[in-house]
Unconditional design. Structure first.
Length: 477
């Protein structure tokens, strides 16, 4: 598969003609080419975007709705093609890609309706004046997304940016460019006016950096690692760009003795290992109340034994391939570190070589116990199929451990005590708290983290507010 940039409504070769290899992680081999674009391509994309922006901003809301909805329908119509491309590119099981493609289409559908309904506020000042807040499009905005949920997260940014009347320059991760490329074809078919969305493929430090440095791209919505986020923030700050940063996590998953333990254990398998643990919301630190520690631990190990690791295209596969060789090596190095730090591997820990896919990058789902809350394994984001488990004595201790990292993205806990549910939900220092569930998503809710997990929120009206500039108009009566 040869990927092309999407600039000014056309599929284009990168200006310098350079390409990078694109790997299929299930076999560890190159299967395609992705543009190695540079600042010239970003400048071209900006030129097209700025030429198109006012026209798009002034397009009636109903027309915006129709086009965004047509993009959603275009993804739905090619769902299987999209899902196959996503699994091949990313390594995730095909059943999961199918679900994510439904969600990518939903993102466009959700923000198609937002284009129709988003409104300005007004504030009457007795009989002296009326204030109204114009929510105006920002202009040209940049969207940068990671490799773990490629189209799902790409569309989560692009759809609200477009619904708010902006033109977009966007960069998917060069590890997983395939579905963004298919999306450009869908946008052409859906009649999205040329230049309104431009997708530039390539490396973060080249293409992403050129976007963040571009003085006229006025806002950047970024999802990725905390280190990259810091760098982007430092680059963008002197230009006073608007920034939305969705960064890493080290999420706790807390099981209290009074919970529905069966449900907690069954869900925890997903919380820990869905998408090979490569979801920013996965719970990587499992805290279990002392009195049920052994019972929950053993039940979880039994469930994990049932998970098949292997070819992403097989229906029976629960854990697919790790996205890239460097990431595979990083995850393996953390399993080694955990043991150096005194951790005991209860299950997993090894590389898997599925028949016919021996050179792919596969790691068994891994549970490690016996580590202190402060050790590196419990403080740093691993972002793979690896969790640690720790016992706790009481709610206060669980809270202290849960809050005791630099991250604050998502916390999950399991209890049937209503008072505790509200108390703990309020005290956990996280942007998202799930009680007796995990990854239950309502697209209207604010999404994002605190501390080193990010700045700002996506989702619902939050994203529409981010992608617009409020202007107060005061009219004396
Ligand atoms: P990275 O930070 O490495 O990359 C994210 C994106 O930024 C990629 O497109 C990358 O390009 C690009 N990039 C890299 N360097 C720069 C730069 N200097 N300027 C601009 N853009 C740049 O993250 P990963 O792709 O490794 O994704 C995994 C991370 O994402 C994890 O930490 C995870 O927790 C986080 N994440 C957070 C979520 C949230 O909502 N909070 C959701 C999902 C993931 P390239 O691919 O070329 O490096």
């Amino acid at each position: 598969m040869k990927i092309l940039n999407y600039i000014n409504g056309e599929l284009k070769e990168p200006a310098a003609g350079a390409y990078l290899d694109n790997y299929d992680p299930s076999i560890g081999q190159v299967y395609g080419q992705v543009p190695d674009s540079d600042s010239t391509d970003v400048a071209d994309a900006y030129k097209a975007a700025t030429a198109a922006q006012k026209g798009w901003e002034n397009t009636p809301a109903e027309e915006k709705f129709k086009v965004l909805n047509a993009i959603a329908e275009g993804i739905d119509a090619k769902r299987e093609e999209f899902a196959l491309a996503e699994s091949r590119d990313q390594g995730k099981p095909l059943w999961l890609s199918r679900n994510e493609m439904i969600r990518a289409a939903q993102n466009f559908r959700f923000y198609a309706t937002a284009a129709m309904q988003f409104a300005s506020e007004s504030h009457a000042m007795e009989n002296r004046a009326i204030n109204y807040t114009l929510r105006q499009s920002i202009g040209v905005v940049g969207c940068i997304s990671p490799w773990n949920l490629p189209l799902y997260l790409f569309s989560w940014k692009i759809a609200p940016a477009l619904a708010a009347g902006n033109a977009v320059v966007a960069k998917p991760s060069e590890f997983t460019p395939a579905t963004a490329f298919l999306l450009s074809e869908v946008c052409i078919q859906a009649g999205l006016p040329k230049g309104v969305l431009n997708i530039v493929h390539g490396l973060g430090p080249k293409v992403g950096q050129a976007m963040v440095e571009h003085p006229k791209i006025k806002a950047i919505s970024f999802t990725g690692g905390t280190v990259t986020g810091k760098y982007i923030a430092a680059t963008a700050a002197p230009m006073f760009k608007k920034l939305s940063l969705e960064l890493g996590g080290k999420n706790p998953n807390i099981i209290f003795a009074d919970a529905d333990l069966d449900k907690a254990v069954k869900t925890t398998v997903n919380t820990s290992f869905m998408n090979q643990g490569e979801i920013c919301l996965c719970g990587s630190r499992l805290l279990i109340e002392e009195s049920v520690y052994e019972e929950v631990k053993n039940a979880l190990i039994e469930e994990v034994k049932k998970l098949t690791v292997g070819d992403p295209m097989n229906d029976s596969t629960r854990i697919g391939a790790i996205v890239s060789k460097p990431h595979y090596e990083k995850v393996k190095s953390y399993i080694e570190l955990a043991q150096e730090e005194g951790g005991k591997v209860l299950i997993g820990g090894q590389t898997v070589h599925p028949e016919g896919k021996e050179n792919g990058w596969y790691i068994q789902p891994t549970i490690i116990e016996g580590l202190k809350a402060e050790c590196r394994t419990n403080q740093e984001e691993i972002f793979g199929p690896v969790i640690t488990i720790m016992p706790f004595k009481n709610e206060a201790e669980a809270l202290e451990i849960a809050n005791g990292t630099e991250y604050g993205l998502a916390a999950t806990f399991w209890t049937n005590d209503l008072k505790r549910a509200h108390r703990l939900a309020s005290e956990l220092e996280f942007g998202i708290v799930w009680v007796n569930c995990w990854l239950l998503r309502d697209l209207r809710t604010p999404f994002g983290g605190v501390k080193s997990s990010g700045v700002g929120r996506e989702g619902g009206w939050e994203a529409m507010r981010f992608f617009t500039e409020p202007k107060n108009v005061c009219i004396a009566l």
